[in-house]
Design a protein around this ligand. Structure first.
Ligand code: BDR
Ligand code: CA
Length: 316
């Protein structure tokens, strides 16, 4: 089986992504590496431990990543999106804290070790800032040729942003790290905001989770309702909440859910468009294109997979 590492700023859609992975028999979630963003690092790690317990998977190890961006202009010294994800990152729903602790091995070392152990069987899925994977590539550059793949949620190929008109949250937290990843020649697939915003969840689905009558079903419903409500304020035209991070996991499990473009990408790190993801014109004619960028998604098929897998997990 394919091995997965999720790198999360455990947040609401990060939690849904975790549930998707745990509900997917094709993959084994071998670890969660914590990052910052929706919440501070420690809160995200605490959430990851608590939700894996609640979903009945206390065997999933959680590793602490780096607490902030690789550059001094990081704005992630405080949570950036309490309005979207709640003060605690999981829609201000109270769930029991885990009695487990995060592992002592740092996330960056765990990522490198996992690549050495599993090689091409390993897919790494960052759905927060790219700080941890950039640090791993700095420390052990050879892992770019050894890893099976990286499926990241972040950026957009068209002009589409949620931090500014052209900048998406995960990339804008640490544009330099994202640019190092994009230019590293690691085999990465970018699942951008312009695609994830086509996959939406509504109260109709959360009602189905609540009706399961299980602690996990109730938690998923209450947490996601908070997220849908926030989207009603920020993006009323959408009619639901964006399934950003779950789509990245969906593609890690089954790449055929999206259509992709082969292209060498970069992140603008200078000037007013800092944080924008865009094709790298200097590598336009390179015969080898190391990245794939999602340009379309089979929405009904993804939503069906999403509901089947997560409902199956929450029923148990
Ligand atoms: C991304 O930013 C975070 O708020 C979400 O969890 C998702 O990873 C969307 O831009
Ligand atoms: Ca996230």
């Amino acid at each position: 089986t394919k091995k997965l590492i999720l790198d999360l700023d455990t947040g609401i859609d990060d939690t849904l992504a975790t549930a998707y992975a745990l509900g997917s028999p094709e993959v084994e979630l071998i670890g969660i590496t914590g990052t910052y963003g929706n919440v501070l690092l420690d809160q995200g790690v605490r959430n990851a431990l608590a939700v894996t317990d609640l979903f009945g998977h206390p065997e999933v190890k959680v590793y602490k990543g780096l607490p902030h961006a690789s550059t001094k202009d990081s704005f992630a010294v405080q949570p950036v999106s309490a309005f979207i994800h709640g003060q605690n990152g999981i829609g201000d729903v109270d769930i029991p804290d885990s009695d487990r602790e995060p592992e002592t091995e740092p996330a960056v070392d765990f990522i490198i070790d996992a690549v050495k152990t599993y090689g091409k069987d390993l897919v790494y899925v960052p759905t927060g800032p790219m700080t941890n994977i950039a640090a791993a590539l700095d420390k052990a550059p050879e892992i770019k040729d050894e890893i099976g793949g990286i499926v990241l949620m972040g950026g957009a190929l068209t002009v589409c942003g949620n931090v500014s008109a052209w900048s998406e949250a995960n990339i804008s937290q640490d544009p330099d790290a994202a640019n190092r990843l994009f230019r590293s020649e690691a085999p990465a697939t970018m699942i951008g905001l312009d695609v994830t915003l086509q996959t939406l969840l509504t109260y109709e689905e959360t009602r189905r989770w609540r009706a399961l009558g299980t602690p996990a079903g109730r938690f998923l419903a209450d947490m996601t309702d908070y997220y849908i409500k926030a989207y009603e304020t920020t993006s009323p035209h959408l009619g639901g909440c964006g399934l950003h991070d779950p789509l990245a996991v969906g593609v890690a499990v089954d790449p055929s859910l999206v259509t992709t473009l082969d292209i060498n990408m970069q992140v603008d790190v200078e000037g007013p468009t800092r944080g924008r993801t865009i094709g790298d014109n200097e590598r336009l004619n390179d015969p080898v294109k190391t990245m794939k960028v999602a340009v379309g998604v089979d929405v009904p098929r993804f939503l069906n997979e999403f509901m089947t897998r997560i409902t199956g997990l929450a029923k148990a």
